[in-house]
Design a protein around this ligand. Sequence first.
Ligand code: ZN
Length: 665
Amino acid sequence: MRIVLFLVLVSFGCKRREEPQPRQAPGSGSAGANVAAAKGHDAIARVDFNKYAVRLNLPVYWIADANNNKTIEPDETAALLFYGSEAKWVDGGKYTPAFEDAYGKIVAASKAPIDTSTPDGKRRALVAADLDAGRASLVRSDFSGAPDGDKAFVKQMIGVADLIDKLYETQNGSVALAKSLPADPESHSLFRRNRGPKCVAPNTENDPACTAIPGAAKPIVDVYPADIQGKDGFCKDLEKRKDADALLGHFTVVSKDYKAVPYSEAYKDQMTAIAQALSAAAKGMTDPAEKALVEYLNAAAASFGSNNWDPADEAWAKMNVDNSKWFVRVGPDETYWEPCAHKAGFHLSFAKINQGSKQWQQKLVPVQQEMEQAIAELAGPPYKARKVTFHLPDFIDIIVNAGDDRPPLGATIGQSLPNWGPVANQGRGRTVAMVNINTDPDSRAGRKAQAESMLDAASMKLYPATTEPGLLSTILHEATHNLGPAHEYKVGGKPAELVFGGPIASMMEELKAQTGALFLLDFLRKKQLISDEMATGSFVDCIVWAFGHISQGMYTGDHSRKAYGNLAAIQIGYLIDKGALTWDANAMAANGTDKGAYTVHADKLVGVAQELMKEVAGIKSRGDKAAAEKLIARYVDAETVVPHKIISERFLRHPKPSFVYSVAW
Ligand SMILES: [Zn+2]
């Protein structure tokens, strides 16, 4: 299970935009480039450079204007991964002709609005709007000073990432559509970024005209028969079948004649190639200190052949912050990507271990059994406290995410795996927090501006000035996935996904985890493991996180439930109903411009968090589907308590981060 980041970046285009003397006519390509080269590279502001590079599907990124001279320079330029082509923008400290060409195109595009007088022009403009709703945000790793062995390993894993991308895009049905893409760069960029033709931003995802492929807005996923997917409720039909248990296994494809075909048969060629690439990476790793990593890579390679993921999980669980400096997780894990939330999507998370996790582990591991006890007491029967032996999150610095791990907007910032099998059942899984994802100054300033649009000035005093309280909520969210009624818990012999249906089961598990992030704050504060300020700051950070997810909407364009949006609305609604958050239509928001704001009542947070934990853990313990549906009806599907529209309007003024990746060699 994972937690998804919501944050935004500031839009400071107006301040930085420069409009120097008129340039070449739009679309004049390399002629424009020559002008740019002759004049230097100050024709476009950084924010617009990065925006139009995305629109043109060019793998180039202006990292920062480090010397503040409003001119992009070679050492401020990154080449991006996962664009399907490699680009060399800088050679020997100087720009290449390819860069000059790209620069000219970017400047020209910024001055030439899309012609919307034709139907296809209208479509392209919608596609551009969907792209613009994400602001490219760079995840950059510097291996320029690393040993040759490290560089070689990173290159091998990037090769694995490309193979995983292809396999995931086969699963989600987008590979089958690629040949229908029109020629324009916006459509190619959307298809690449969104992992298919669908628009995904809140203001465009429900518009059927917003698609990279005219007439094919909805991909047909490869894991279910094509002919049933047009029908609303096809997931429920599958779940009602007598052979549902067999058909809806996590690592199989449902064939046309309703047989469960193992992934290793359905995707034999691709999985064989990945197995070989993993074996090669294991062989290439000659560092004697990386024995645990080599064992995992070999075990994972074998699992790609056998479709039995338990041995890979066993080897993976043996890796830790002390026996490897790398973090690798490769295989099929999460089910959020497909409409029925049963089939695991392939992904690769590749990162370096960050040693910062050790201080939190030292604080929390000694009290983990007490945490389980506290949550079990609130859950009530039939759930009984069990022995928990999970590992608290390891901190990792992401190098690349591939497959199901690279969403178009936002990013996974925490994850607890595996979801199934003996390693999960026996609490031997690993949990990670991706700590290099949301710490850049642009992101933090943007998120604060959003908070200031919803909360009053007094409440903003509680908003944390550092990233540590946000990190703590990620740690506690992931920890809580291991506490109380979890994935393997059964009511009357039935797992949660058959009790609640897949999407509500996923949502309730995430709601439990995120409610743990609120409830456990006071538990830790009472034990003096965290300060009062940290507890309140983390709570307020969670409130802003929840507003962010609410602003993104409750359902995707194809009416799939958004687990985080739903849980966020339930939490905010609950805080409102219990008086911990109060709205004053005449109060001024902290930004001084929005009328109508919330006040956070810090003295009520602890009590409400406990009540909500009791409600949520109780619903999971009893398999109380009616109670879950009641929460959904009141807070998710109605505007009466949670002002969905106001939250969206205020938060969506800021684009969401769309993460791009680069490695400096
Ligand atoms: Zn989660």
